[in-house]
Design a protein around this ligand. Structure first.
Ligand SMILES: Nc1nc2c(c(=O)[nH]1)N[C@H]1C(S)=C(S)[C@@H](COP(=O)(O)OP(=O)(O)OC[C@H]3O[C@@H](n4cnc5c(=O)[nH]c(N)nc54)[C@H](O)[C@@H]3O)O[C@H]1N2
Ligand SMILES: Nc1nc2c(c(=O)[nH]1)N[C@H]1C(S)=C(S)[C@@H](COP(=O)(O)OP(=O)(O)OC[C@H]3O[C@@H](n4cnc5c(=O)[nH]c(N)nc54)[C@H](O)[C@@H]3O)O[C@H]1N2
Ligand SMILES: [Mo]
Length: 699
């Protein structure tokens, strides 16, 4: 989403720079932007399909590869039913226009219930809350950081992540501007992260206890009579039912749980409620824990009670130029359950933690074939060793991926798409998640080399073949429009169809013509369509068009938290994760530029714990959970709080059969070999990747 200028000569990249003329990112770029050239030039990046024949990878032509994949999938489904094929859509699917637009039809053609995506390792609890409260699973609340005067940030590290569900060019400058205009930013995280340098105050919190902290804040806001919902009062239902839910919560109990002192809880609650405008925002750290969904509801309750939802400087919604999703109600929850563990469906997806067990558990409906699209579940889902085992014993697997990595090595056929500089791009998802309304179209930098195919063509080719096999008598389907045509149609029928205001130079300039792809292309540096706007009641998609304050599922789950609040303490060591500016989940470690320098896989441990456990800086230790154990290098640091250890994810490239020459020289360890597929947010089924009980001994 940051504008980049790529200078080329022929097939060569001469330089990559931040685009100073991009009205949003204003020249900002992160190391991954520069590393696009390594990705483009990487000799390990696959360009032709591969087939595993007697354990050996051989090139195969596109048509034979696609024919074989379709035939295999359909054959398995004929013998074992539709659900015997599983699919997984990884994170880059949301970053890729062609994949975004082609995926739905492939899913429909396969017709299985066993579909998962990276969302349930990430923000699914956020979406579930949107579904339960606004009646729409694709409505994301985005903090209006350019106008807020008080930001309470839980479990997010924008200095590493660049801002998540808060897409912004140069997020750190925007954070600093809050203090510059007299506002305040408070960060709550079990680690004093890189982001702590950019905020006014950092507080440690015990992993997995944010729900209690939020309950404390809400309790104090209610006690002090600081409730001022403003126009939300008329938009929401059940006001009278809300406050009593928080009866009988003592701040002392809350504080004992979360480790934040009572006076701090009171002060933050008062400052938040009294600020001219304020926003409580939480990300991975609060989403991927056992109270993931509850946290997102409680954060919204705090925002709502203080009048900070759908209001400038609070939590808001975007009005994306391509806005297919947000024009009608959307979503479903728990209308059916997974076969083995009975976890709920959300939006017709099962949580990713169901994948391995559905493959490994025999019986009617067992998964025997797998389609993996732009994902690396061996490194990204909990219990990676089990995932290895599950994939290895399948009857058939295909990966749509340009690397032979920890996951695709299990495939029978790999279908590699063109790289990011070889196809067009429009960020459908990330424009929806941005802190302003933005649109930008990028032409491919390079023409796709002869004999290569983009994701769109691969997925379309596969879909057409599956449909033809399943319905041999049906007339051949009409040719699908290209991604550009779908995009153009979406823009012309979207919220700017009657014209738009352009903010590229800061001040709004009115344009009466409808926004179309042709118009957008006149803004190669991107088009700023202005700040987020008030969107209620338009964005209330519930049957009664009300904001649902007390969804029964969340009220039930509150009971779970209240029971724990009053229960006994446990003194276990808790594992949390971290990201690094020079990583991108599991797959950019084959760039020397990004992985050079010191090893980034050390396990952070507090000096007091190190002493207690006999751990020495730089020395090896064994960390174990129910799922497995790892040998790690100890890094003693008071950056983490006592009782907490911290490891990054996305590493562990030493598995056999991987073809990533740079990554293999510095493989790191896969933290997901010790995260636990059996520990989930019981309400949503989302993975728990933070706050995992572990034991550590010197090795
Ligand atoms: N312990 C722990 N685990 C985590 C997390 C954590 O914080 N801690 N974070 C979680 C989160 S938030 C996420 S989003 C997931 C990500 O999990 P995944 O989506 O499963 O994994 P990625 O590492 O993003 O892998 C992306 C794969 O797509 C390929 N790829 C890249 N670009 C393209 C493309 O344009 N087309 C195609 N076809 N393939 C492409 C890459 O080669 C790579 O194999 O990991 C999750 N796992
Ligand atoms: N450089 C880089 N950027 C990325 C990615 C990457 O891999 N590398 N991945 C991208 C993706 S897919 C995503 S989803 C985003 C994620 O973006 P963020 O959520 O902003 O990034 P994380 O680093 O996962 O931050 C989570 C924070 O939660 C803290 N935490 C852990 N447990 C708890 C807890 O119980 N309570 C609280 N309050 N905090 C806790 C962790 O210490 C960590 O600092 O980043 C995106 N950007
Ligand atoms: Mo993510």
């Amino acid at each position: 989403m940051c504008g980049v200028v790529i200078e080329t000569r022929g097939e060569q990249i001469l330089s990559i720079k931040g685009d100073k003329d991009d009205p949003h990112s204003e020249g900002h770029i992160c190391p991954k932007g520069y590393a696009l050239q390594d990705l483009h030039n990487d000799p390990d990046r696959l360009r032709t399909p591969l087939e595993k024949v007697n354990g050996e990878w051989l090139p195969i032509d596109w048509d034979s590869a696609l024919d074989k994949v379709a035939a295999k999938l359909v054959d398995i489904q004929r013998r074992h039913g539709n659900d015997s094929i599983a699919g997984y859509w990884g994170n880059p699917s949301s970053h890729n226009l062609g994949l975004m637009m082609a995926s739905g039809t492939l899913r429909k053609a396969i017709g299985t219930r066993n579909i998962s995506s990276a969302a349930s390792l990430d923000q699914m609890p956020h979406q579930l809350v949107s579904y339960l409260m606004f009646g729409h699973s694709q409505l994301f609340t985005i903090p209006d950081i350019d106008r807020t005067q008080y930001m309470l940030m839980l479990g997010a590290n924008p200095a590493a992540s660049n801002g998540s569900l808060m897409t912004a060019g140069d997020i750190l400058k925007r954070l600093e501007r809050i203090s510059e205009r007299g506002g305040k930013v408070v960060l709550v995280d079990p680690r004093r992260t890189e982001s702590a340098r950019y905020v006014d105050e950092h507080l440690f919190i015990r992993p997995g206890t944010d729900a209690f902290f939020l309950l404390g804040l809400i309790r104090h806001v209610l006690d002090q009579g600081l409730v001022k919902p403003g126009r939300l009062r008329d938009l929401a239902d059940e006001w009278d039912a809300l406050a009593p839910l928080f009866d009988g919560i003592s701040l002392e109990q809350v504080s004992a749980r979360c480790g934040i002192a009572v006076p701090d809880i009171k002060r933050i609650a008062e400052d938040f409620a009294n600020a001219e405008c304020a926003v409580c925002y939480g990300r991975m750290g609060v989403s991927t824990q056992s109270y993931g969904a509850l946290n997102h509801w409680l954060m919204l309750v705090l925002n709502i009670l203080t009048g900070n939802l759908d209001s400038p400087g609070g939590m808001m919604f975007t009005t994306p130029a391509f806005n297919k999703a947000q024009s009608r109600p959307m979503g479903s929850f728990n209308t059916y359950q997974s076969r083995v563990r009975g976890l709920p469906e959300f939006d017709s997806y099962f949580p990713a933690v169901t994948l391995a067990e559905e493959m490994l558990t025999p019986g009617e409906g067992q998964v025997r074939g797998f389609v993996c699209v732009a994902g690396n579940p061996v490194l990204s889902t909990p219990n990676g060793r089990q995932m290895d085992e599950a994939l290895e014993q399948l009857e058939f697997m295909v990966s749509i991926d340009f690397y032979l990595n920890e996951t695709s090595r299990h495939a029978d056929i790999i279908l590699p798409p063109t790289g990011p500089l070889e196809h067009e791009q429009y960020d459908i998802v990330f424009n929806m998640l941005a802190v302003r309304n933005l649109a930008r179209f990028s032409d491919p930098v390079f023409e796709a080399p002869e004999g290569t195919r983009c994701d769109w063509d691969i997925v379309q080719g596969l879909t057409a073949r599956i449909m033809a096999l399943k319905n041999p008598d049906a007339p051949p389907p009409r040719a699908m429009p290209r991604p550009e045509q779908i995009l153009d149609h979406g823009l012309q029928t979207g919220p700017y169809a009657e014209g738009f205001y352009e903010y590229n130079s800061g001040e709004p300039v009115k344009h009466d013509e409808p926004l179309s792809l042709e118009v957008l292309k006149r803004y190669p540096h991107g088009l700023d369509l202005g700040p987020m706007r008030e969107s209620f009641p338009g964005y209330l998609f519930t049957a009664d068009k009300k904001l649902h304050l007390t969804p029964p599922e969340l009220v039930d789950d509150l009971g779970r938290a209240l029971a724990e609040l009053r229960g006994a303490e446990n003194g276990e060591l808790m594992l949390i994760g971290r990201r690094d500016l020079r990583t991108n989940n599991s797959w950019m470690h084959n760039s020397k530029r990004l992985v050079k320098g010191k090893d980034r896989c050390g396990m952070l441990v507090h000096p007091a714990d190190a002493e207690r456990l006999g751990l020495a800086d730089g020395k090896p230790a064994r960390i174990a959970s129910r799922a497995g154990e790892l040998l790690v290098r100890v890094e003693v640091s008071d950056e983490v709080m006592p009782g907490v250890v911290c490891l990054p994810h996305g590493w562990g490239h030493d598995r056999e059969g991987v073809s990533l020459r740079v990554a293999q020289t510095n493989p790191g360890v896969n933290v997901n070999d010790i995260t636990d597929d059996q520990v989930v947010d019981p309400l949503s089924g989302n993975a728990v990747l933070n706050g995992i009980p572990v034991s550590v001994v010197a090795a």
